[in-house]
Design a protein around this ligand. Sequence first.
Ligand SMILES: Cc1cc2nc3c(=O)[nH]c(=O)nc-3n(C[C@H](O)[C@H](O)[C@H](O)COP(=O)(O)O)c2cc1C
Length: 175
Amino acid sequence: MSGIIIYKSKYGSTKKYAEWLAEATGFDCVELSNFSAKDLGKYDIVVYGGGIYASGIAGISFIKKNYAVLSGKKTIVFCCGASAFDQKWFDSLRELNMKDELAKIPLYYCRGGCDLENMKFADRTLCKMLIKSLSKKDPKDMEVWETALVEAGQKKSDWTDRANLEPVIRECQTA
Ligand SMILES: Cc1cc2nc3c(=O)[nH]c(=O)nc-3n(C[C@H](O)[C@H](O)[C@H](O)COP(=O)(O)O)c2cc1C
């Protein structure tokens, strides 16, 4: 079975997981911007990974656009965010990003990182504004992504861990 991992990563966490997954599976691995959908025909298994930005999986439109080709293959999606895993949060993320025919595609979560100091100016400004607004909120009432953001505002956070990929690797192996 031939496979490819296609990813979109702004700050490197999704890229790190994509490369770890390539090591574990032997699949090809490529950044979305360097991949041509014409090449999908060469593969039996397609894994797509994208960072989460404002609850959206970066680049997920690639899967939507190419669904006709992908429906004849094993397709797997993983996403990478700052939030700690929480089932309710993950279910709403899935509902938001994996609509209609995409609902059949397995989706996995691998926790990434957050480093305000190394963010692009616009992202850092937005995160700092959000952190400021959250200072008035009781921590026990915060959403999981809000808790992660507040934590990241205090120190550079890296939650990446190869173990998070185990279910994705198993899904690739059962294809
Ligand atoms: C502007 C902005 C919005 C974000 N929104 C979310 C979010 O909605 N949920 C989440 O879990 N993480 C969110 N994050 C954190 C990123 O998903 C996290 O840093 C992830 O590791 C990014 O993956 P990448 O490094 O592959 O781009 C956000 C980060 C930024 C800068």
